[in-house]
Design a protein around this ligand. Structure first.
Ligand code: FES
Length: 505
């Protein structure tokens, strides 16, 4: 590492995935502890971090930071084991209050909610600053200032690039995917390969931008990939054919793209100190490197009761009337968001097909529409969990247990947002506001073009976008727009507001 080093006595210990334990100035902070399977028993921490669980639940933490509600960050089974009287929880202040409510239900007594860029001084020389994904998406990162050393934990959060702090010494951020696209889509092999390569390239590009913009002198690969122990999901462990690479797959490209930035690879239990990285000494540390397949096979056996639980839980299949009621409710919660949108979707659960109308009148149709356009295959167990409100579509999709088909192959922002965020209408209402702002909000002028500053998809700041041959490309999800017309030419269908009169010849 070429930047500043941690103050003497301070320690950042990796607990696996996006979880850390930070000690400094007599204070102990725990971040996003994840030890149990997430998303319908599909995701498991990789490498296995369970040997650290006992240590974590017997330690006393002054502070616990939870970045967002996804189960690989908000692990209720672990949170139930932590001393909830002694620990102050620091969370982002999201529009929906669900995170705080869940913490109160779990018995945490002190919850500090911080808005975007709000600071919390923990002790002399130990300061936290919250960073939100300022779009409708509810996610956050944390700046941890330790007596002059700045650690930025971005996990899988996409705070707009222009809002990121500079002068960062150590950045922890995602490099591997945390999405169901494109691996859950039924594409021909060649198309699947191409789209997977595009997503991997986009993830890498986003990481490089974060490193450069924050001025990080060291990077800590984190927040993925998970592994999939249920044999049904085995194919998603393929590190080359999926959006879940391991760091070794990217290390050379990173060194070339970010010369002088040290990649600090910590196995679960390893720590960073003023003297540099310290290995944990845990038995089997980094064993996955020697024999990845054998490692996963043994891990699968160790957790057999956990991934099998998904298949064993008794359940009642969902019927047409119940499904109709579910979609009618989802529609009524999101009336303003849907406005006059209407779309038919085909839902297939274990051979039973339903035609569902989403939009002004939600519900199950008597007839299967010929042009549904979108087909979602969902396991009956997952559908039961969704209809009962135990999980949302977002979590069900992240489980990779669903498969999707769309024709034409175009992303439908309204449909996917309704499914992903519709059970938290505070998020879809924010999308309504973003839509309104897009029509009248701030304009920037770049390369002779004038266009709306914040991306109409999820609010990224286009001040950092690449422009080539009259096409602007958002740095976050890489949608592209023709700057002459505002038409979205890649990624989605939402236009960009452009002002052709501003074109400088
Ligand atoms: S924020 Fe998603 S493409 Fe811009």
């Amino acid at each position: 590492m070429t930047g500043r080093t941690l103050p003497r006595g301070a320690r950042i210990r990796s607990l696996g995935h996006a979880s850390y334990e930070i000690e400094h100035a007599g204070v102990r902070l725990l971040i996003d502890p994840w030890f149990h399977p997430a998303f319908l028993g599909s995701w498991f921490p990789f490498p296995d971090n369970r040997p650290l669980l006992d240590d974590v639940v017997t330690n006393v933490y002054d502070l616990l930071y939870l970045s967002h509600a996804h189960e690989d960050h908000f692990d209720e089974r672990t949170l139930e084991l932590i001393d909830r009287d002694a620990t102050t929880v620091v969370v982002p202040r999201f529009r929906s209050k669900a995170l705080v409510r869940r913490l109160e239900e779990l018995g945490f007594r002190t919850v500090v909610s911080l808005g975007h860029k709000e600071r919390h001084e923990v002790a002399d020389g130990f300061v936290l600053t919250m960073l939100l994904d300022t779009s409708h998406k509810e996610d956050s990162g944390l700046v941890v200032d330790l007596d002059g050393f700045r650690f930025l934990d971005l996990n899988d959060c996409n705070t707009p690039l222009s809002e990121l702090p500079t002068d960062v010494d150590l950045l922890s951020a995602q490099y591997s995917g945390a999405m169901w696209y494109p691996n859950c889509y039924a594409y021909p092999d060649e198309v699947q390969r191409r789209k997977t390569a595009e997503v991997r390239g986009d993830l890498f590009d986003t990481l490089v931008r974060k490193v450069r913009l924050t001025g990080a002198s060291a990077y800590l690969p984190a927040a993925g990939p998970p592994c999939f122990l249920d044999p049904e999901l085995e194919r998603f462990n393929d590190r080359t054919a999926t959006i879940f690479p391991v760091w070794d797959d990217l290390a050379d490209d990173f060194a070339a793209a970010c010369p002088g930035v040290a990649a600090v690879c910590l196995e679960p239990g390893d720590a960073l100190t003023a003297d540099g990285p310290v290995e944990s000494g845990l038995p089997g540390r980094a064993a996955w490197r020697e024999d990845p397949e054998g490692y996963l096979a043994a891990y699968r056996v160790r957790r057999a009761d956990e991934w099998a639980a998904y298949h064993e839980e008794p359940f009642e299949p969902v019927g047409a009337e119940e499904l109709s009621g579910y979609f009618a409710k989802l529609t009524s919660w999101n009336k303003r968001f849907l406005a006059d949108y209407e779309r038919d979707v085909r839902l297939v659960a274990d051979g039973v097909t339903w035609a569902v109308r989403l939009g002004r009148v939600g519900g199950v149709l008597e007839e299967d529409p010929v042009d549904a356009g979108y087909t979602i295959h969902v396991p009956p167990r997952a559908l039961r969990a969704i209809v009962d409100g135990r999980i949302g579509w977002e979590e069900a999709l992240l489980s990779l247990r669903l498969s999707l088909h769309r024709d034409p192959d175009v992303f439908d922002l309204t449909l996917m947002s309704l499914l992903r965020y519709g059970n938290q209408p505070a998020q879809t209402m924010q999308m309504v506001r973003e839509r309104d702002e897009a029509a009248s909000g701030e304009t920037i002028e770049r390369c002779g073009y004038a266009f709306q500053r914040f991306c109409p998809h999820a609010g990224e700041d286009l001040a950092h976008a690449d422009i080539e041959d009259g096409v602007v490309e958002c740095p976050r999800h890489h949608w592209k727009w023709d700057l002459a017309t505002g038409e979205c030419v890649s990624g989605g269908t939402v236009p960009l507001r452009v002002d052709p009169s501003e074109r400088v010849p």
